[in-house]
Write a protein that binds this ligand. Structure first.
Ligand code: SAH
Length: 258
């Protein structure tokens, strides 16, 4: 009998917003079976060796504007690994299909004839506001939420639709474009008194929440950095302390110690 080579596969795994105990049970199980794990800086990066004891690790992390490994390169390497018989895990922050390029990796694997499965993850779009005590929906306050990428400025039409929709607006990757987002939403008619929260480094020891009105958030958040989730809408007024220091809920950056 000729020896058949073991078929490799790819699993796209959502790693959640950072702490390892926010991985799903399925994500943790898949990691124990991984031969190689491609990871980046969001999602769980500590204790990876304990979570995936059999695996070798490849850091493909990107900081904004600073691509370490190109997306094409990541995909090509994963496909090569799977062709070689390995179980390749692509571990991503949050959910793989929320601004995570998971769809591209899935399509590339399918086109290459590699079996691919997806394990969903806890997305920062919902979890990080929650960590600051902000529910993205709330009875009689907001019955919808829209998740927007701040990677590039929106068009005038998009601002008008967003402002007209009501409900909660959640922005990821939005620190760099916050001034244009605020200007666009105000031009489109969103009230300047609308509350806004910027939640930085959710679930870390240095998590910080800055709250101000739409009219004042740009100056109030001048010290804020990615990763951060921006929440716009009346649900921000529901922010609860959740055991965080009261200083996490300052209304005005001028009161904030650096
Ligand atoms: N797939 C991810 C999002 C990837 S885009 C998900 O579902 O969560 C990366 C953006 O996610 C960051 O710029 C930031 O806006 C947000 N983000 C991810 N983890 C975060 C965290 N722990 N705290 C604050 N923002 C976070």
């Amino acid at each position: 009998m000729p020896r058949t080579r073991r078929t490799g596969r790819i699993t796209l795994v959502g790693g959640g917003p950072g702490p390892a105990d926010l991985l799903t049970l399925r994500a943790a199980k898949v990691l124990t079976e991984a031969d190689v794990v491609y990871f980046d800086r969001l999602g769980p990066t500590e204790d990876l060796a304990a979570l995936a004891p059999r695996a070798t690790f490849v850091d493909v992390g990107k900081t904004p504007g600073h691509h370490k490994v190109s997306q094409e390169d990541i995909t090509a390497r994963m496909i090569d690994g799977a062709r070689g018989g390995l179980h390749v895990v692509r571990l991503k922050g949050g959910d793989p299909f929320v601004f995570g390029r998971g769809g591209e990796e899935m399509s590339a694997a399918v086109a290459a004839g590699i079996p691919v499965t997806v394990v969903p993850g806890v997305s920062s779009a919902i979890a990080v506001p929650g960590a600051a005590g902000i529910p993205v929906t709330h009875r009689n306050v907001s019955h919808l939420f829209t998740v927007v990428s701040g990677h590039a400025p929106l068009t005038g039409k998009e601002y008008r639709h967003l402002a007209g929709l009501g409900g909660t607006i959640v922005v990821l990757m939005g620190i760099g474009t916050l001034p244009s987002l605020v200007a666009g939403l105000r031009m489109a008619g969103l009230a300047s008194g609308t509350p806004v929260a910027v939640v930085e480094r959710g679930f870390s020891h240095t998590q910080r929440t800055t709250i101000a009105t739409l009219g004042r958030i740009v100056s109030a958040s001048s010290a804020c950095r990615n990763p951060a989730v921006i929440v716009i809408g009346d649900v921000v007024d529901l922010a609860q302390s959740n055991g965080l220091a009261v200083s996490d809920f300052l209304e005005d950056a001028s009161l904030q110690s650096a």
